[in-house]
Design a protein around this ligand. Structure first.
Ligand code: HGY
Ligand code: MN
Ligand code: MN
Ligand code: MN
Length: 425
């Protein structure tokens, strides 16, 4: 497929074109400002799914393409022989609010391009390649998250269907509106049989500065950090801001402020690498002249070791109880996610390492601070990830997120290497 100048476009350019085209779809309130936000089952989300499905079918030559009961787009490129264990790969197509164009999507587009190239040269692998664009990984619209990959491992919680979004619309209703069955039996049927799979590999942008600092385009992931997440609420007494003396206040927001600083200080002084973040903070129906009677917040705690994460978690919960007791407040923490660290499978990590080395690149191994669909698939299948350098210092969850065409090109070539090696095993 030559461009209008008769040049063969690089594979990286095609990834760029697809990522740009997908970024045309954005949720209301963001599209108008030119920002990218695609949350679960919105019209923009469904448009992305339809677009991916169309490319898989019409441009790439997948043999089977469908959208499953949770909105995952699933494409299969059949191998030479039927009924052999498949290779599973993919990442998510939903985004955070005000997102970049590559988080998740790169890990869908690169394998799609590999299939396009295989199909164009009439080549079949000795195994089926199943590419999944997971519907939801970012936890933006509902409290529940990793909806797409949870369904594949049989961990989709039936209670999630009753979760409501900011407008009070339940997940069940959103599924119905999107034409999905919205029944647990259909969702449970998505669970994969591990005997039918070789393993799971995921390609993703690094979302950090390490590859940039070391001037390397690719890195092999050794483990994904585990996490715990909560939504919290502190209840105090709303009262007049002008008349209530400072020593008689039950200020819910001041207590949360104290907690936030505790989390920061506790994580900074941990001997292991732990991180803690309060990313959402709200005084519901607050007023300038009313002492906050309620404060809601989110809490995200992560570490490479589960023991370090659990110690941080216990200390933060103790701190909240202590702060609230001293201030005469009530608190509630609702867990919304708990995932253990997911070390890479030695065999699959070695295959990524061989793929990187075969391209003549130095080998860098690194851990993942971000969560990924691979940590869900880890519950069912051996898995390993490859990271691709992000531009602009590796910034992510930010519109400045970038991947250069050359790096995207190398990502495709590394994936092709992995497939070629596997074909020879
Ligand atoms: O929050 C995360 O680590 C991921 O982007 N879901
Ligand atoms: Mn993300
Ligand atoms: Mn991601
Ligand atoms: Mn008044």
């Amino acid at each position: 497929l030559n461009d209008k100048f008769g040049h063969q476009p690089s594979l990286g350019n095609q990834v760029w074109d697809w990522a740009e085209a997908l970024s045309e779809h954005s949720d209301p309130g963001f599209k108008e400002t030119g920002e990218l936000t695609v949350t679960y089952l919105t019209p923009a989300h469904q448009a992305c799914a339809a677009q991916l499905r169309q490319w898989m079918l019409e441009d790439c030559g997948f043999d089977e393409v469908g959208i499953d009961a949770v909105g995952n787009v699933v494409g299969v490129y059949l191998g030479m022989t039927p009924n052999k264990p498949r290779l599973l790969t993919g990442s998510h197509y939903d985004t955070v609010r005000r997102a970049g164009k590559y988080d998740g999507r790169l890990g869908v587009l690169v394998p799609m391009l590999c299939v396009r190239e295989l199909h164009a040269s009439g080549r079949r692998l000795p195994f089926d390649l199943e590419v999944i664009a997971f519907a939801e990984e970012e936890g933006q619209r509902y409290k529940a998250t990793f909806l797409g990959s949870s369904a594949l491992v049989g961990d989709f919680d039936p209670n999630w269907l009753d979760e409501v979004d900011a407008d009070g619309l339940s997940m069940r209703a959103a599924m119905h509106a999107a034409g999905l069955p919205a029944e647990m039996s259909s969702i449970q049927a998505l669970q994969r049989d591990p005997a039918k799979y070789l393993g799971f590999v995921e390609l993703h942008i690094e979302q950090g500065p390490l590859l940039t600092e070391l001037d390397l385009p690719l890195g092999v992931v050794t483990s994904i950090n585990g996490s715990r997440r909560y939504l919290g609420e502190v209840m105090g007494v709303a009262a007049h801001a002008g008349t209530t003396p400072m020593d008689r206040r039950r200020d819910a927001a001041a207590a949360v402020a104290e907690l936030i600083l505790y989390v920061e200080q506790r994580a900074c002084t941990d001997e292991q690498q732990v991180v803690g973040t309060v990313g959402m903070l709200e005084v519901p129906a607050g007023s300038i002249n009313v002492i906050p009677g309620c404060c809601r917040f989110s809490l995200d705690l992560r570490a490479s070791s589960d023991a370090a994460r659990d110690a941080l978690d216990a200390d933060v919960r103790d701190a909240l109880a202590f702060i609230c007791e001293r201030r005469g407040l009530q608190s509630r923490l609702t867990p919304t996610m708990a995932a253990d660290a997911a070390p890479s499978d030695a065999g699959w990590q070695a295959r990524w390492e061989a793929a990187v080395t075969a391209l003549g690149l130095p080998l860098l191994r690194l851990t993942s601070g971000a969560g990924h669909d691979a940590m869900m698939l880890h519950r069912l299948l051996p898995q390993a990830m490859l990271f691709v350098r992000g531009g602009n210092g590796g910034i992510s969850h930010n519109p400045l997120e970038q991947v250069s065409n050359d790096d995207a090109d190398l990502a495709v070539r590394a994936f092709q290497q992995l497939l070629d090696q596997l074909a020879k095993e």
